[in-house]
Design a protein around this ligand. Sequence first.
Ligand SMILES: [Cu+2]
Length: 118
Amino acid sequence: MLGIGVLAAGAWSLGSLVQAQAQTGTIRTVEIVARRFSFEPAQVAIKVGERVQVVVQAVDFVHGMNIPDLGKRYDLVPGQPTRFELHPSAPGNIDFLCDNFCGEGHEKMHGRFVITPV
Ligand SMILES: [Cu+2]
């Protein structure tokens, strides 16, 4: 288990989704789109010690986002972006996958946070 802080956050305004990436203070926002059968981007690099707010938006189905390394999972409901925060303290990979069966190709729907040394 990596030393990662996760914080579930509240609703996200749809108007903010046009921002591909934004800086808010010392928090970097990373947006991930979930659709059959991929997360885009599928790989997100985060530096040790960096604070990142992840915003995940499903666009075509209620996909799931399971992050076993963190013991977290979310239902990704279209129109209701999911937000959580990552503040990794050690390098490594944090894999995530869709755990709501969404059709042929569901098995390929996964991604990774790559935590890199400073
Ligand atoms: Cu899916």
